[in-house]
Design a binder for this molecule. Structure first.
Ligand code: F6R
Length: 627
């Protein structure tokens, strides 16, 4: 949600901002704007719609925006519709200060009323605009009491610190001022902000993709901190003005990883990258003595031994990965494991204590619902382990330990390769817990790990055989709805297949446990309705297999078109499948790593057949930074 870039250096700030915004498009947005400090003035241009609208307006504008200090923003509307006026940057009454923002300022109504009472004229419906006017007031106060500022303190930086102290909610703010062309100032609370450190230039952005073409040296910014960016580096303080250090890190992927690489869509590229992404998640995770290797560990083996309950919190696709993990964690560790949508978790007062392990799964590491669940868990003294794909993001920083999925940047809004990474990471955690708690022996763990290590090859084999799935998807372009059924781990896979179809093809799609069908949803079955059934292996849990074969017959008897996903060699399902999609045989608990793949391809192809943009589905944002 909302893409942010700030720049100060030797290049054209406008060019850097536009290139950065293009790389942040994937986050989801509905308007865009830029502001550049130009010869003692601030030039701002904003347009509703896609970046192309802004670029067209820029090409038509006579007043140039040539300067080396500037900001750029893509907005995902919250307060006020996606109009030119509501687009960022926002300015104060004198058009001296330019502000861009990600998040929601919850007390904006009261602040706005106070500003208007004081004579300020606000022109947009946004919560952001109040910040520009508050800065105007604070700067005026600082000018009046000029002597109270310590030497070397930039008034804009001090003004932003003071303003942040008055804001409630979540925000990343980046600010420029016509009278302070030598700084760009930013602040963050519960919203993403990273610094890029180049040679004689500094970047501020929502994520590293915005500046990866210029530098791979990044700096994490902590909670409630203000950054003053100059050409030669940054100074960071807390909101009270106390100096703090950022945590430097090197981005381990380059600009080419965030490009389409010959594919027409990022999503197609990311689906095809899954064998490598999965292998990267698994690589080097178990030491010789079968200890799991976490990336940042502030938990001891004893802490893991002392766990008596597991909660998994996540949203959307990551939640589905959590649902799969539950089966493995309970089966391998004999610990109770609950999976909860992060947005609901803290509102129902879950029973947590220091022997509870909370696993927070998030691709972006910035999902506010998940972040708030993590904070709640830690307040209740639970141990929190993050499974995350984005280095330097907030959720891992707020957790006790982190396991990065290392899938590389995922630009398509719909999660694909990171879902497989999340499932694999959860399985590793489950095995580790089982081992330290003495429920599984080392050789049993090793056998599972060996099977896990084989899954990238199985995913490659699956991808090599999905062409008929594409043809099938194209043939269903006019379908009104699709149902997805599964049992055991096939149930979360069914949910994920339905979610992919909803978000990409805008079709009504529902996932159900196949056994639940007869308790209501079977009324939805009508002749010709496509029903996708994820069939468990007949080898591992044969009772499950038999049950689902009955479920297939139930829907067939009512005229549904049955699309069956079954493993190689499962001949029992053949008579009941109108369309049979084969996947390689896997142990039951690892099966989602292969059965999900045809469903991703199915949704993607159906959406393309409907002429839709699979990388940026309507209304969606890649990184959901509001609750
Ligand atoms: C669906 C999708 C979303 C995300 C969800 C959580 O394809 O991508 O449902 O899974 O918004 O996002 P993260 O994993 O970044 O916390």
């Amino acid at each position: 949600m909302c893409g942010i870039i700030g720049y100060i250096g030797g290049q054209s700030a406008l060019e850097v901002a536009l290139t950065g915004l293009r790389r942040l498009e994937y986050r989801g947005y509905d308007s865009a704007g830029v502001a550049v400090v130009v010869d003692g003035g601030l030039r701002t241009l904003r347009r509703a719609g896609k970046l192309a609208n802004l670029e067209k307006a820029l090409a038509e504008t006579e007043a140039g925006l040539s300067g080396t200090t500037g900001i750029g923003h893509t907005r995902w509307a919250t307060h006020g519709g996606p109009t030119d006026t509501n687009a960022h940057p926002h300015t104060d009454c004198t058009s001296a200060v330019g502000v861009i923002h990600n998040g929601i300022i919850e007390n904006f109504a009261g602040l706005r009323a106070g500003l208007e009472h004081g004579g300020h004229e606000l022109t947009s419906e946004t919560d952001t605009e109040v910040v520009a006017h508050l800065l105007e007031d604070e700067l005026a106060t600082l000018v009046r009491d000029g002597s109270s500022l310590p030497a070397g303190t930039n008034p804009l930086t001090e003004a932003l610190r003071r303003v942040c102290g008055r804001l409630e909610g979540a925000f990343t703010l980046v600010v420029v001022h016509r009278d302070h062309p030598d700084v760009v100032v930013a602040a963050r609370r519960n919203s993403p902000l990273v610094v890029g450190l180049g040679a004689g230039e500094t970047f501020l952005a929502s994520d590293v993709a915005a500046f990866i073409a210029h530098t791979r040296n990044a700096l994490e910014i902590g909670q409630d901190q203000v950054v003053e960016a100059r050409r030669d580096g940054v100074s960071i303080t807390d909101f009270a003005g106390n100096p703090v250090e950022g945590r430097p890190y090197h981005v381990d992927w380059d600009a080419s990883a965030a490009e389409k690489g010959g594919y027409p869509y990022f999503m197609l590229k990311e689906i095809s990258e899954q064998p490598t992404a999965l292998a990267d998640t698994l690589r080097g995770r178990l030491s010789d003595d079968a200890e799991i290797v976490l990336d940042e560990e502030r938990l001891s083996t004893q802490d893991f031994r002392d766990i008596d309950k597991v909660f998994i919190v996540a949203c959307g696709t990551a939640y589905h990965a959590g649902l799969i993990a539950k089966y493995a964690v309970e089966h391998w560790t004999r610990l109770p494991c609950e999976v909860e949508m992060a947005s609901e978790f803290r509102y129902r007062d879950p029973v947590l204590d220091r022997s509870t392990l909370v696993i927070a799964i998030s691709q972006s590491g910035e999902t506010l619902d998940t972040l708030m669940a993590v904070k709640h868990a830690r307040e209740q003294k639970a141990r929190v382990l993050a499974i995350c794909n984005t280095n330097g993001s907030t959720i891992p920083r707020e957790s006790d330990a982190v396991l990065y999925t290392r899938c590389g940047p995922e630009v398509g809004v719909a999660s694909t390769k990171t879902f497989l990474g999340q499932v694999a990471a959860c399985l590793l955690v489950g095995l580790y817990l089982a081992q330290v708690r003495g429920v599984l022996y080392g050789d049993e763990v090793a056998r599972y790990v060996e099977r896990l290590q084989a899954t990238p090859t199985l995913v490659r084999e699956t991808l090599a055989t999905v062409e008929p799935v594409r043809a099938l998807a194209r043939s269903l372009v006019d379908a009104k709805a699709v149902l997805f059924l599964g049992r055991h781990v096939g149930y979360p896979v069914a949910l994920e297949g339905a979610l992919k179809l909803k978000e990409l093809a805008y079709m009504h799609a529902e996932g159900f446990p196949a056994g639940e069908l007869k308790h209501g949803p079977i009324a939805l079955i009508e002749p010709g309705l496509p029903v996708v059934i994820v069939v468990p292996s007949p080898r591992g849990r044969s009772h499950l297999h038999g049950k689902i074969v009955s479920n297939i017959q139930e829907v067939r008897a009512r005229g549904a078109r049955t699309i069956v996903i079954a493993e190689e060699g499962d001949t029992i399902v053949e008579p009941y499948a109108e369309h049979l999609i084969r996947v390689p045989a896997t142990p039951t608990l690892l099966a989602p790593l292969v059965t999900t793949v045809p469903l991703q391809v199915f949704a993607c192809e159906l959406a393309l057949a409907r002429g839709l943009d699979v990388d940026q589905p309507r209304n969606l944002a890649k990184s959901v930074t509001v609750e």
